[in-house]
Design a protein around this ligand. Sequence first.
Ligand code: ZN
Length: 244
Amino acid sequence: MTCTEANRLIGPWVDDELDVRSVVELEAHVARCPTCGREKNELLALRETARERLPRFDPPPGLEERLLRSVRQTAAARRRPARRWLREVALMAAAASIAVAATSSLRRSADPGGEIVDAHLRSLQAGHLTDVASSDQHTVKPWFQGKIDFGVPVRDFVAEGFPLVGGRLDMVGGRPVAALVYGRRQHLINVFVGPATDRDEPLRTVSSRGYRVSSWAQGGLEYRLVTDVAVSEADQLVALLRAL
Ligand SMILES: [Zn+2]
């Protein structure tokens, strides 16, 4: 990874918006490049200052994303360093009396499924839907072995109308998770699987920005399914997974 590439990724990294592979490469680069290390530290410090000093309120849904996207696009077009676009965000946010870092905890309190919906949208937008593209459960399941320290149950439900599209590594809440991708007609469904922090949890559903997030824990694993297919169809896949 070059310094230019690293510089482009440091902002998204600080915002927990990078895929696992990029995080690993970036961490390796920053560990041996003092310039990029400084860049990262300054960005973190700036973010903390913004969090502490700026007035806060819960922004309307989507505002933060729109703000960050527009500034990033501008920054990318002008090839400005990450630090400068963050400063710009901070200034814009201050001017608008908006907390720039609507932190993940803040967002969670206002929008319980928001983090999962973010991860879902990221997978659709970033051209990083699958690391292993296969409808064969015997290909996808072993692919995860050695990459994460928990077993992921992988099953193709093509007969039930949910073909397996593939799998990838992802980060949710700062923790690596396995993402299984299923198709349903022209829609995609992400199923995030990670180690459960507690005992089995009953099924819960929340809606966020037009997406439905179903969460439960069983067998030592936490499942979060996110999709915009019809509720009855989402429930059908949830039932199939819970019966595994
Ligand atoms: Zn560097």
